[in-house]
Design a binder for this molecule. Structure first.
Ligand code: ZN
Length: 458
C-alpha cells in the first residue's frame, strides 16, 4: 500500500507540481486577471510589444522566418502596429508540414509534438513549447474563474481524446484525487452508456461540465427521456468547446441542467482564442493572441465583417504560429461588453461541426470516433467521412506522400472496427476537399438520421 502511494507521489503528483512550477501558470493567470480590466488601448500596446518581440526573436532564431523576412525585406524592428502583420504571408497547414524543422527555434527547449485534425480535417503535426503551454493553460484558467468556479471544483468532462483514454487509469487517479474531475468518454453514446453517464453525473454532483455541445445536449435529452431531472445537482456552468455551439444546444443544456452555458473557441493548434463571459461576450485572449479576419483573397477585413480567422500566437517563440489560418469563420465585434473587461470580442463563430454516426448495431457514436482512424495518418493530407447508410460509409481522401493500398486497408479496418464488420467502406481519392457552401468545413457527415445539429442553423 505504501509502495503504491510512493509511486503515486513520485510518478504523478511530484512531476505534475514540477511541471506547473516551470510552466509558471499561476503567475501568468494573475497577470491576465489584471490585464483583462485594462482599457483597450493599453491591451493593444501590450499586444504590440509582445508581437514585435516575437517577430524579432523569430528573425534571430527561427530559420524559416529568417529566410522569409530576408526574402521579402521585412524588418520586425520597424513595424508600427499589429496591422503590419498583413505584410507577411499566411502560415497554412501545408507550410507547417513542409517546414516542420525550419519552424523550430534554434533555442527551443522541451518541444512537445502535437497532432490535430485542425478545423478543416487536414491532419497536422506541430510543436508546442513550455511557454505556450503555460499561456494557454493560464488563459483557460482565467476564463474558468469568470464563472465563479475554479480548478478543483467537482467537474465532469465529456471528451474523446484517445490519448486520455489510453492513459485513463492514471488520469482518473490523478483527477479523482486531486482535481475532482471525472472523464466520460464521448466516443460511444449507446443507450446503456448514456444511462451510465447520467448516473455518473448525478453521483458526482459536478459544479461544472466540460465537453462537446453535441455530446452534452445528447446526455441532457437522454436524461429527460428517462424521466430523470438534472437541474437539482448544483451544476453552475457547462463549458462547451471544440465544435460550433448551436442555439438549440445551448438552450437544451441550460434548461435541463439548470445551468449557464459558456462557449469556448480555440484548439491545440491555434491556442485558447476566445471565451465567453457571464455577460455574453466572447472575449479574445488578446494579451496572447492577435486575431485577424480576412476575406477569401486573404485581405484583412474591418471590424464587424465576417471572414476567416487568422491567428498569431504571441507565446510561440519556440515554434512560431504567425498568421496561422484556422479555416474557421467569425467577425470581430465592435461593441463593448457589459462586464467591463477591455478584451475585444469575437462574434458569429462558425467552427467545425461534427455529426454523430451510427454503427451497424445501432450504437450512436460521436464523429470523432471515426476521425481518429484517419487523422493520425501522415499519408493522408485531408479527408471527409460521409456515412451514407448503416451499410455504406464513404471516405474521401486527399493523399499525401506514402499513400497506397496498405493505408487504405488500415482505414477500412479501423472504420470496420468502429462501425461494424461487414459495413462497406468505399475510399475515393481527390485533389482537394472544398468547404461547404456556408464556408464551413464538416469532416464527418451522416445521413443516417442521428444528426444533432439542425442544418439551417447557419
Ligand atoms: Zn464580458
Amino acid at each position: 500500500m505504501s509502495d503504491l502511494y510512493t509511486a503515486f507521489v513520485s510518478k504523478l503528483l511530484f512531476p505534475a507540481q514540477e511541471r506547473l512550477k516551470r510552466h509558471d501558470t499561476v503567475r501568468l493567470r494573475r497577470l491576465l486577471e489584471e490585464s483583462q480590466w485594462w482599457v483597450r488601448a493599453r491591451i493593444e500596446r501590450l499586444q504590440f510589444e509582445r508581437l514585435q518581440a516575437l517577430l524579432v526573436h523569430a528573425q534571430a532564431h527561427v530559420p524559416y522566418y529568417r529566410e522569409l523576412f530576408g526574402r521579402i525585406g521585412f524588418d520586425p524592428r520597424k513595424i508600427e502596429s499589429a496591422s503590419d502583420l498583413a505584410r507577411l504571408p499566411f502560415l497554412g497547414k501545408a507550410d507547417i508540414r513542409a517546414n516542420l524543422e525550419a519552424l523550430k527555434s534554434d533555442d527551443a527547449r522541451d518541444l512537445a509534438r502535437f497532432n490535430t485534425g485542425g478545423s478543416s480535417g487536414e491532419p497536422l503535426i506541430f510543436f508546442i513549447g513550455a511557454e505556450r503551454v503555460s499561456h494557454d493553460v493560464a488563459a483557460k484558467w482565467r476564463a474558468t474563474r469568470w464563472w465563479d468556479v475554479d480548478i478543483g471544483d467537482p467537474e465532469i468532462v465529456v471528451w474523446g481524446s484517445p490519448i486520455e483514454l489510453g492513459a485513463q487509469d492514471h488520469i482518473r487517479h490523478w483527477r479523482d484525487g486531486l482535481m475532482r474531475t471525472e472523464l466520460l468518454p464521448a466516443f460511444e453514446m449507446s443507450e446503456s452508456k448514456l444511462d451510465a453517464f447520467v448516473e455518473r453525473i448525478r453521483k458526482r454532483r459536478p459544479k461544472m461540465l466540460f465537453g462537446y455541445p453535441s455530446a452534452l445536449s445528447l446526455i441532457a435529452r437522454h436524461a429527460v427521456s428517462r424521466g430523470q431531472r438534472m437541474d437539482d445537482l448544483g451544476v453552475k456552468v457547462a463549458f462547451c468547446t471544440s465544435e460550433r455551439l448551436y442555439d438549440d444546444q445551448r438552450s437544451t443544456i441550460e434548461r435541463i441542467f439548470g445551468c449557464r452555458v459558456a462557449n469556448g473557441y480555440g484548439g491545440r493548434d491555434a491556442g485558447f482564442i476566445a471565451h465567453q463571459c457571464p455577460s455574453g461576450g466572447m472575449h479574445l485572449t488578446a494579451e496572447d493572441i492577435v486575431v485577424e479576419i480576412v476575406d477569401p483573397q486573404g485581405k484583412p477585413l474591418p471590424v464587424g465583417e465576417t471572414g476567416e480567422i487568422v491567428v498569431t500566437h504571441l507565446a510561440t517563440r519556440d515554434f512560431p504560429f504567425i498568421r496561422y489560418r484556422t479555416g474557421d469563420v467569425a467577425a470581430l465585434d465592435p461593441a463593448p461588453c457589459a462586464c467591463g473587461r477591455g478584451l475585444p470580442l469575437l462574434k458569429d463563430i462558425q467552427g467545425r461541426t461534427t455529426d454523430f454516426v451510427v454503427a451497424r448495431d445501432g450504437t450512436v457514436m460521436h464523429g470523432l470516433a471515426l476521425i481518429y482512424v484517419v487523422r493520425d495518418l501522415p499519408q493522408v493530407a485531408a479527408f471527409r467521412i460521409v456515412q451514407e447508410s448503416l451499410e455504406l460509409t464513404r471516405i474521401i481522401v486527399v493523399p499525401a506522400e506514402g499513400y497506397g493500398p496498405e493505408i487504405e486497408d488500415r482505414i477500412r479496418q479501423g472504420m470496420a472496427n468502429r462501425l461494424g464488420q461487414g459495413v462497406r467502406i468505399e475510399i475515393e481519392t481527390t485533389a482537394e476537399i472544398p468547404p461547404e457552401k456556408s464556408g464551413k468545413y464538416r469532416y464527418v457527415m451522416s445521413h443516417v438520421g442521428a444528426r444533432e445539429q439542425p442544418e439551417c442553423a447557419t
